[in-house]
Design a protein around this ligand. Structure first.
Ligand SMILES: Cc1cc2nc3c(=O)[nH]c(=O)nc-3n(C[C@H](O)[C@H](O)[C@H](O)COP(=O)(O)O)c2cc1C
Length: 168
């Protein structure tokens, strides 16, 4: 097992990549060596001693490539501290139901590998950049466009992670 923390993410329009960047930045500030990678760029977990994995929520679920990452690496992941985060728009309301639904997006991966912690953060929706299909869905569900990310909240979460993934 290596000495580096892996911060891996899936993203469709970049907002989760930026959240992952903030997480890795904060862990680095705490003195950790961190690799920040898109999930599909990671083949081998040997260099890592902990993994922080994040995905945006689309139609109530994590992106498939993030789920596949956990399926593929589940054996190794069970032997190290793992934390998950989800980025979505419905959590903004802060209602217990919205938070429960955001948590449910991680249900499958949590069953495969139990995380030491989870984070749920509001995301960004830029209607001008969406694919035709995504734009149609957004119109149907009448989601509000905008950048609702709270990067200070992400930083605060990442700081709490540092002690949890610290070497004994
Ligand atoms: C087609 C579509 C479906 C979405 N479905 C959900 C959802 O079910 N729950 C949620 O909280 N956010 C949902 N969102 C919001 C995204 O999770 C949010 O915009 C996120 O920041 C996108 O991340 P990305 O820029 O990394 O792709 C949806 C967005 C789109 C475009």
């Amino acid at each position: 097992m290596g000495d580096t923390i892996l911060v891996a993410y899936a993203t469709r329009y970049g907002s989760t990549a930026e959240v992952a960047e903030v997480v890795s930045d904060e862990l680095r500030k705490s003195g950790a060596t961190v690799d920040l990678r898109r999930v599909d760029e990671v083949d081998d977990l040997t260099p890592y001693r902990a993994v922080i994995l994040g995905s945006p929520i689309y139609m109530g679920k994590w992106l498939p490539e993030a789920q596949v990452f956990v399926e593929r690496h589940q054996k190794r992941l069970r032997d190290m501290p793992v934390a998950y985060f989800a980025v979505g728009l419905t959590v903004m309301s802060g209602t217990p139901d919205a938070i429960m639904r955001a948590e449910a997006s991680m249900g499958q991966v949590r069953m495969l590998v139990n995380p030491i912690d989870i984070g749920i953060f509001p995301g960004r929706l830029e209607s001008s950049r969406l694919s035709v299909t995504d734009r149609a869905i957004i119109k149907l569900i009448r989601a509000e466009a905008g950048d609702f990310r709270d990067l200070e909240a992400v930083r605060a979460w990442a700081r709490t992670l540092h002690s949890k993934v610290a070497r004994p």
